[in-house]
Design a protein around this ligand. Structure first.
Ligand code: DOR
Ligand code: ZN
Length: 346
């Protein structure tokens, strides 16, 4: 048997799905991402959402202004697609450097009230996106109250994703943070213009994690963790070497006081140890050699962006992730806080 490696060096990776928020909370979580990733796709679900090119440019500047001195981190901006996003805005978005629009079905998740009520209402805008080469990033869950929460992703594929692919074959679509075998199989079998991001927490945990020793709000995200068979399918997809699957943390910070409530918002804050968590998942699958493709190569290829220069190194060094971190004037609890992690970023 070969001895497990002590270090792991990767081309500098990117995070293809990230929530940074705004203001002081943003300034406190941003360094966690910037120390690991060269670029990140920044989600637009602020309050109010980022719906115009001008708003995206202003948000981008606030992020750049909040970066630690010397950081060359590059935020890749997105717009929040609504029923009323004007097709004309797509050329302005492209000119402003916006790379994608995010489709939130109305009511599906955190700050999704302004989301899309019926995808057909957005068809003229999707046509303009296809023309401008903007990507569509999809939160793939139906919101129909009659559909079981654990089935919402699978139902989304037949009701929304399949018709969308048929009607816009040239649009590049990322099925974000997939959580089921259904979605992994769908993306693996789709054409080369369909890809998916996968979070570290969906690779490492099944839905039991929500209930260990009691109800655990910091493990609640959307789409919610699924059964073990789905987790395994995600691990197979992520470690398959297929360029359709790449890293997107969906790190989604919420103040601890708001998570630890009778009603808690969805989102797992994984940015502080994102690469370390992915390395655990890939090592457990015997696929550490596939992590670089997933974290650093497949995303840029799909987005049509250059690979990053430079490398990052992970070291096999047990360390304890702090239980609580700063979040503006509040506190935040990272996923796995207070626990020992196997890998540590240099
Ligand atoms: O868990 C989630 N949190 N899922 C989402 O889709 C949104 C995100 C957030 O913004 O907190
Ligand atoms: Zn997200």
């Amino acid at each position: 048997m070969s001895t497990p490696p002590e270090t792991l060096t990767l081309r500098r990776p990117d995070d293809w799905h990230l929530h940074l928020r705004d203001g002081a909370p943003m300034a406190s979580v941003l360094p966690w991402t910037a120390r690991q990733f060269a670029r990140a796709i920044v989600m637009p679900n602020l309050k109010p959402p980022v719906t115009t090119a001008a708003q995206a440019l202003a948000y981008r500047q606030r992020i750049l202004d909040a970066l630690p001195a010397g950081s060359d981190f590059e935020p890749l901006m997105t717009l929040y697609l609504t029923d009323n996003t004007p097709p004309e805005e797509m050329a302005r978005a492209r000119a402003a450097g916006v790379v994608a629009l995010k489709l939130y079905p109305a009511g599906a998740t955190t700050n999704s009230d302004a989301g899309v009520t019926d995808v057909r209402r957005t068809y003229r805008t999707l046509e303009a996106m296809q023309r401008e080469g903007l990507l569509l990033l999809v939160h793939g869950e139906v919101t129909d109250a009659e559909i079981d929460v654990f089935d919402r992703e699978a139902v989304f594929i037949e009701r929304v994703m399949a018709p969308l692919r048929r009607d816009f074959p040239d649009l590049k679509v990322v099925f974000e943070h997939i959580t089921t075998k259904d979605a992994a199989d769908y993306v693996a079998a789709a054409d080369a213009r369909t890809a998916a991001t996968i979070t570290a927490h969906h690779l490492l945990y099944n839905r039991n994690a929500l209930f260990v020793g009691g109800l655990r709000p910091h493990w609640y995200c959307l789409p919610v963790l699924k059964r073990e068979e789905h987790r395994r399918a995600l691990v197979r997809a992520a470690t398959s070497g297929s360029p359709r699957f790449f890293l997107g943390t969906d790190s989604a910070p919420h103040a601890a006081t708001l998570k630890e409530q009778s009603v808690c918002g969805a989102g797992c804050f994984t940015a502080p140890a994102a690469l370390e968590l992915y390395a655990e998942a890939f090592e457990d699958a015997g696929a550490l050699d596939r992590l670089e493709g997933f974290a650093s190569l497949h995303g840029p290829a799909f987005y049509g962006l250059p690979l990053n220069a430079g490398t990052v190194t992970l070291r096999r060094t047990p360390w304890t992730l702090p239980d609580t971190l700063d979040f503006g004037n509040a506190a935040i609890k990272p996923l796995r806080g207070g626990e020992t992690l196997r890998w540590k970023l240099d």
